[in-house]
Each structure stands twice: as C-alpha cells, then as structure tokens.
Design a protein around this ligand. Structure first.
Ligand code: AMP
Length: 317
C-alpha cells in the first residue's frame, strides 16, 4: 500500500501535529511504502516571508526525522518538479466553476484585498501531489475532503478524455487520532503558528516553557472532588488536558485537583518531547539534507512515468 501525506511549512510543528498526524505516520511506516513531503509550494499560496519559509522548511525537515520517520521517503515538494508540471496539466482539465466551489478558497480568500491566483488553483496542485504517486487510498480529514473529491473527478475526467493514466484513489476516513485543542481557547484546534502563543505547545518548546503553558491552561471555576472529569461541552479545557494526558501515555487515576492534573500533563508531554528534542539536537544539517535529497531523487524516479504518460496522453511532444 502506498501512503502519502504533505505538511505545509507554515509554522512551527505543534503537539497537535505530533499526536494527530506525525505519531500515526510513524506507527504506520511498516504497513506500506510511505512518501512524506514538505509542501513548500503550498506555502506560497498566501502572503509569505521567504526567509521564514526557508527556515521553517529546514526545521520541519529535521523534525520529521527526529520524530522517527526515517523509514519513509522524505522530500520537499519543490525539489520534485513533476508536482508543478502535472499541476499545470491538471489546471488544463479543471473548470473554473469547480474551483469557485472550493470552501477553502472562499474562506482563505474572503475579505483579502489581493488573493493570489495560486490559492485559487491550489486544488490542481494538490491533485498532482496525490495522482503522481498512484495511491489506491487517500486518508483525509473533513477539511481536505472536498479537494480529494475534486482530485477523483479530475482523474476520472482525464482518463475518460485522454486515456487511462491515473489511478482513481478511494477516499478513506483516517482512524480518529487525538485532536488537541488550544490551551487558552479549548474549543479551537491547537494550530500551527509562527508566534509563541500561550495556548500552543511547539515540539521544540523547552520543558520549563511547556510547564508554564500548561500551568496557565484554561480550566474552569468549578472546584471540588468532581472537578477533574471529562465533559466536552461544560469543561472543554479540562477535557483537553485529560485527552492530552491519555494520548501521551499518562493516567489521571487518583488526580483530583487541577494543579495535580496540570503537573501530570506536563510530565507526560515533556516525556514525549524530550527524545524528539534530543534527536533533533543530534542531527546535523548535512545529514538531514542528504536524506531529503535522496528522497527527492526517489520521488523524481517514481513520478517520472506518471508525468510522462500524462504528457503523452495530452499530446505534448
Ligand atoms: P496543519 O498543521 O493544519 O497543516 O496539519 C497537519 C496535520 O496535523 C494534519 O494531518 C492535521 O490533521 C494534523 N493536526 C494539526 N493540528 C492538529 C491538532 N490540534 N490536533 C490533532 N491533529 C492536528
């Protein structure tokens, strides 16, 4: 089975990324041939700072290795030119009406004085990202479902119009991973961010930073013997802390106060992050670059026949 996922280097990776995405990716490495990429081209679809993009791409690359994805083919999207090449071919099959319907474009482009054309055509790039590797299944969360449905439509249309080139992937629902919420606003997801938000735990946060952020996490005002309990509606902050504790291998057995809960969560999170931070510190830039260069070379090789078939089918010399 082929597994494929791309992460946008738009911020520092968080505990949410680790528990919701990276850990399942590491665990699934033995089940198939895995391709994991850094979607630096996607990062260009919104206003961006080139220096930040470069440093976040380097940091993300090193973190993917530090979390243990060393059995996968790791690459940076822009180092595999087939992605942008196939993207243009697919732009020549997608209709503007279809792109107009994309919720993500409407949401990210709303109220912006200058929206980049690449944000509008991004679904064609995402379709290229997927179709180049001929995966039979694509696990996708709700936020990307519409894009993958369009990917299927484009593959079917291409095959019908120009001949069978693409494998039409089946959309599968990933097993429910941990969903980590912002410690300050526990009803919103803990998203990536450039800035050191008090509610976001970054994978490279030092133990004392983790401790401070968790100590300040929003709980609520009811105290007493029954205060430490899961209740997503009434007690989202406490529930989030309990979820994090469980996902990090800790236990709330015998924990009756918010203080004790926060201390247990801190210990469990620090224990998860410490080995990652140690491996991160031990990796040197040259070996990270070598792994990613080798990965990109593999991807160029794997995707070449698919791109060549698409080019030929469309009548390009
Ligand atoms: P993003 O940071 O939105 O580009 O997401 C990259 C991957 O991490 C996706 O698979 C997300 O589902 C996952 N992810 C991001 N934030 C969280 C979170 N707070 N909890 C769980 N999974 C998350």
């Amino acid at each position: 089975m082929i597994k494929l996922s791309l992460l946008k280097p738009t911020g520092h990776l968080t505990l949410g990324n680790l528990l919701g995405a990276l850990r399942p990716m590491v665990a699934g490495q033995s089940e198939g041939r895995c391709f994991y990429g850094i979607a630096d081209l996607h990062a260009l679809t919104v206003p961006h700072d080139p220096a930040a993009l470069r440093s976040l791409s380097v940091e993300t690359a090193r973190l993917l290795l530090a979390v243990g994805l060393d059995e996968s083919t790791l690459f940076v999207q822009s180092r595999v030119p087939a992605h942008s090449e196939l993207s243009f071919l697919l732009e020549s099959t997608v209709h503007t009406g279809e792109l107009n319907r994309m919720i993500q474009f409407k949401e990210k482009g709303r109220d912006q004085p200058a929206t980049r054309a690449s944000l509008y055509t991004y679904p064609a790039l995402m379709a290229a990202d997927i179709l180049l590797y001929r995966p039979e299944q694509v696990p996708v969360g709700d936020d990307q479902r519409q894009h993958v449905e369009l990917t299927r439509d484009l593959a079917l249309r291409f095959n019908r119009t120009y001949g069978e080139v693409f494998t039409v992937p089946e959309i599968v629902t990933p097993p429910a991973g941990a969903r980590v919420m912002n410690l300050q606003e526990p009803t919103t997801k803990m998203g990536k961010s450039h800035v050191d938000g008090a509610g976001i735990i970054h994978l490279l946060d030092a133990p004392d930073v983790v401790r401070r952020k968790i100590a300040r996490a929003v709980t609520d005002s009811d105290v007493g013997a029954a205060a430490v309990r899961a209740d997503r509606t009434e007690k989202p902050g406490v529930t989030n802390l309990l979820d994090i504790l469980e996902a990090c291998g800790g236990s709330a057995a015998g924990v009756t106060t918010y203080g004790a809960l926060k201390s247990a969560v801190t210990d469990a999170v620090v224990a998860q992050l410490e080995p990652i931070q140690k491996r991160y510190a031990d990796l040197d830039d040259a070996s990270v670059s070598a792994v990613f260069e080798e990965g990109a070379a593999t991807c160029r090789q794997v995707t070449a026949p698919v791109l060549a078939a698409a080019r030929t089918a469309m009548g390009l010399a």
